[in-house]
Design a protein around this ligand. Structure first.
Ligand SMILES: *[C@@H]1O[C@H](CO)[C@@H](O)[C@H](O)[C@H]1NC(C)=O
Length: 199
């Protein structure tokens, strides 16, 4: 009876002495993930927005670059989709003059949504970088092309509404939202470009 208890106590004391180290390693991934996100975001045009939009996914990003890039693209797609939904719902109340330009914008956002989906499709296997080689470069290059096209569409939209955005109306809020989408998209592209040059 005494022996198992001694063994148990010995085991517990080992666990106990080991636990401070365990605690350190289990609590640090998230701060090390945040460090990783901050360091990666320093290569983008909008680093603060980049950190803000990605740090809530730190637990799944960890320090994995493919995961970081895929998350950045899904943030961008989500923003584009919610922007599209938001303004599609608001279009009813728009005065006729503004309606045409906002409708054009919606079409451009719609195109950007499709292009970002294509990018994400191209990037779905970048985690298996080993052994893919030229194939990986090909997919990255396709994703860069799709994403640049999405950025062009988004800026066509913001340029068009900028001409109309004098009265603080719908055009102004479209412009602000679409600028936000363009910024997270530009960040995703910058993260991808950096990954591409370091292959
Ligand atoms: C990084 O994430 C990708 C998915 O995005 C996964 O396929 C890959 O195995 C991960 N790499 C490591 C080292 O965990």
């Amino acid at each position: 009876m005494a022996k198992p208890i001694i063994l148990l106590l010995a085991a517990l004391s080992i666990l106990y002495t080991a636990s401070p180290a365990n605690a350190a390693t289990t609590s640090s991934p998230s701060s090390s993930a945040i460090d990783f996100i901050e360091a990666s975001c320093s290569a983008t045009l909008y680093p603060a927005l980049c950190v803000q939009s990605l740090s809530r996914y730190a637990t799944s990003i960890q320090r994995n670059r493919s995961q970081l890039i895929q998350t950045a693209f899904s943030v961008s797609l989500d923003e584009a989709k919610s922007t599209k939904t938001m303004f599609a719902n608001k279009l009813n109340g728009v005065k006729p003059r503004g309606m045409a330009v906002v409708k054009d914008c919606l079409e451009q956002i719609d195109d950007a949504v499709d292009q970002l989906r294509e990018s994400i499709e191209e990037l779905k296997n970048i985690g298996q970088a080993k052994g893919i080689g030229q194939d990986l470069r090909f997919h990255i290059s396709n994703a860069q092309t799709w994403t640049s096209a999405a950025l062009t569409d988004l800026s066509t939209c913001t340029d068009a509404v900028a001409g109309e955005a004098s009265d603080g109306g719908l055009e102004t809020s479209v412009r602000a939202r679409v600028d936000g989408v363009a910024q997270v998209t530009s960040n995703a592209l910058a993260l991808l470009n950096k990954f591409g040059t370091e292959l």
